[in-house]
Ligand binder design. Structure first.
Ligand code: HEC
Length: 150
């Protein structure tokens, strides 16, 4: 009788210990879930987001910059890109911060503007602009990259 009592006592304790382990474990996964829920934006450090690419800056053509600014204002870029605030797309000034202002990156960004894409600035997708000419897209990219020099 006594040994049975003892067993049920330890059994009871065991159940409590197991319960404790399960609870603390589920507490753990809960907080992990909470972390998943916080927007990536909030946990990202600004520097990790911008990831400055080293390179040489070239003097940009003022005329092309102006043409790019006008082209952008008449295009559909606005709802996704503001000058200095991250929206669906990165802020134009953050794009300017990342890339050196030179013809290589102007060409590359122009292609990206035409083709669209994703993955360089997080998850949202950039719509393609197949009707833009490479030259117009390059003017837009020139304007964007000029923003950091101001
Ligand atoms: C539907 C929303 C949307 C529209 C419209 C849009 N963009 Fe974007 N843009 C994005 C997103 C999202 C990204 C980030 C893509 C990525 O992470 O690769 C981006 C990225 C960019 C980049 C940086 C590309 C890189 O590889 O770093 C440039 C330059 C750019 N956009 C210019 C423009 C211009 C110019 C227009 C207008 C002609 C435009 N975008 C219209 C959403 C948009």
């Amino acid at each position: 009788m006594r040994s049975k009592d003892l067993f049920s006592k330890t059994g009871h304790q065991l159940v409590l210990i197991l319960l404790g382990i399960i609870l603390s474990h589920s507490g753990c996964t809960n907080s992990q879930k909470q972390q998943d829920k916080t927007p990536v934006e909030a946990s990202e450090k600004y520097a990790d987001y911008v990831r400055v690419v080293p390179g040489k800056n070239e003097i940009l053509d003022e005329e092309v910059i102006k043409r790019g600014e006008v082209l952008i204002s008449y295009s559909d870029c606005g709802p996704c890109h503001s000058l200095d605030k991250r929206g669906k797309g990165p802020a134009l000034m953050d794009i300017a911060k990342r890339y050196p202002s030179n013809s290589t990156y102007i060409n590359l960004l122009a292609r990206k503007i035409i083709a669209g894409g994703f993955g360089s600035w997080g998850r949202p997708v950039m719509a393609p602009h197949p009707d833009l000419t490479q030259s117009d897209a390059e003017a837009m990219a020139t304007y964007i990259l000029s923003l950091e020099q101001n």
